[in-house]
Design a protein around this ligand. Structure first.
Ligand SMILES: Nc1ncnc2c1ncn2[C@@H]1O[C@H](COP(=O)(O)OP(=O)(O)OP(=O)(O)O)[C@@H](O)[C@H]1O
Ligand SMILES: [Mg+2]
Length: 372
């Protein structure tokens, strides 16, 4: 297994005229499950292909442990380490299995081309098949398998080679929702068992939140924030991160910051909140100015009294089974509130109050987080 270090890496598809990734720095720990997350076109696959050696960065360095992948001596020439010498395994959304070969043949194929002895191949394939619960299916042809089973074979085929780095680009994209949950769970389990350094590319925040040890959230080729899922969710560094993680999305209210009788007030027009102690210091510089207040749908509750109350009129209610998503109007704004009560409220006019310990405050100009 290997740690991956990326130093000042820039990647260009047009010989340096424009950069898809511009001086990217990143450290992925040995054995870590690292997820590259971000909207379409942000550079996730580009970053992964560079780690794989399928793309040569325009500038910067990539290391697997202490070994430089972006430069090696070949005779007198300097070149970069080609993919086949990086001891990596890759799985893509469009995994190409051989439909007329059996599961066993597919899983052993790369070992066979490497001239590994047959007994050794059989042993490695059996071991991997057991972990992926494919033992019963080893002699079936790929064409006779379900989508989820094929996906497991694709993972197994990649893992039999005991790679030091495992790279997956949207590998669950073509599975239905139920299978995706199942394969996600299995994949995470195998990754932990094998303790194999993994980079997983997705635009799906749920996949990232549930699987990652380390999320790298990219936008426009830049890292917006990295850290554990909880760090990003509980302490988004900016409005982009706050909006990207969490479903439904965080509600944002532009507020005036006012000082009244020694109190700091967040005035959204349609409601007023008394700023709690722990945000006062960070808000002091914004008195007389605006901030963006973020409140997650699950951080509201029904209020009993008027202080910090938010008058809301119910628009529509979506039952989720274990909770309700209640769409309300606060002033002119549509706001989502996740209500965990047993019955949806019968009234049209509600008074909500946010969890005052979970307010997210952002600078409207820089979009950066203000409070700790
Ligand atoms: N071969 C290429 N030639 C030129 N531009 C490219 C090439 N591949 C990708 N790009 C551009 O680089 C940017 C990043 O692309 P990349 O494929 O890394 O995005 P991504 O985050 O993986 O997106 P998606 O979620 O859609 O797969 C995009 O603007 C894309 O158009
Ligand atoms: Mg991609």
């Amino acid at each position: 297994m290997a740690a991956i270090t990326i130093k000042d890496m820039s990647v260009s598809y047009n010989k340096g005229k424009t950069f898809v990734l511009d001086r990217l720095n990143l450290a992925i720990k040995d054995g870590e499950f690292c997820v590259f997350l971000g909207p379409s076109g942000c550079g996730k696959s580009t970053a992964m292909y560079s780690i794989a050696g399928l793309l040569e960065p325009y500038a910067g360095e990539i290391y697997f442990d202490d070994t430089k992948m972006t430069e090696m001596e070949k005779g007198k020439k300097k070149t970069f380490v080609p993919p086949q010498e990086r001891n990596i395994a890759m799985v893509f959304q469009e995994y190409a299995l051989y439909p007329n070969m059996t599961v066993r043949e597919n899983m052993g194929f790369s070992l066979k081309t490497k001239k590994v002895p047959k007994e050794e191949i059989d042993k490695l394939v059996m071991e991997q098949a057991e972990k992926l619960e494919l033992t019963e299916l080893l002699d079936r042809r790929i064409a006779q398998l379900s989508g989820g089973q094929r996906q497991r074979v694709a993972l197994g085929r990649a893992l039999v080679r005991s790679p030091q780095v495992f790279l997956l680009d949207e590998p669950l994209g073509n599975l239905d929702a139920k299978l995706r949950d199942q394969v996600r769970y299995e994949l995470k389990k195998i990754q932990k068992e094998l303790n194999i350094t993994t980079v997983y590319v997705t635009h799906d925040q749920t996949e990232a939140m549930t699987m990652a040890d380390h999320i790298v959230l990219l936008n426009g080729g830049n890292i917006m924030q990295e850290g554990t899922p909880n760090e990003l969710y509980d302490h988004p560094a900016n409005e982009f991160v706050a909006g990207f993680l969490g479903t439904p999305q965080i509600n944002i209210f532009p507020c005036d910051v006012k000082q009244e009788n020694g109190d700091l007030i967040l005035d959204a027009g349609s409601f007023r909140l008394h700023a709690p102690e722990q945000v006062k210091a960070s808000l002091a510089a914004y008195v007389g100015k605006q901030v963006d207040l973020g409140i997650r749908p699950s951080d509201f509750e029904l209020a009993k009294e008027g202080v910090n109350g938010i008058p809301a009129r119910v628009d529509s209610i979506e039952p989720l089974g274990d909770a309700f998503l209640i769409y309300v109007r606060v002033g002119e704004k549509v706001v989502v509130f996740k209500y965990a009560g047993e019955h949806a409220p019968a009234e049209k006019d509600l008074l909500l109050t946010p969890n005052m310990l979970k307010l997210h405050l952002f600078d409207p100009q820089t979009q950066n987080r203000i409070n700790d």
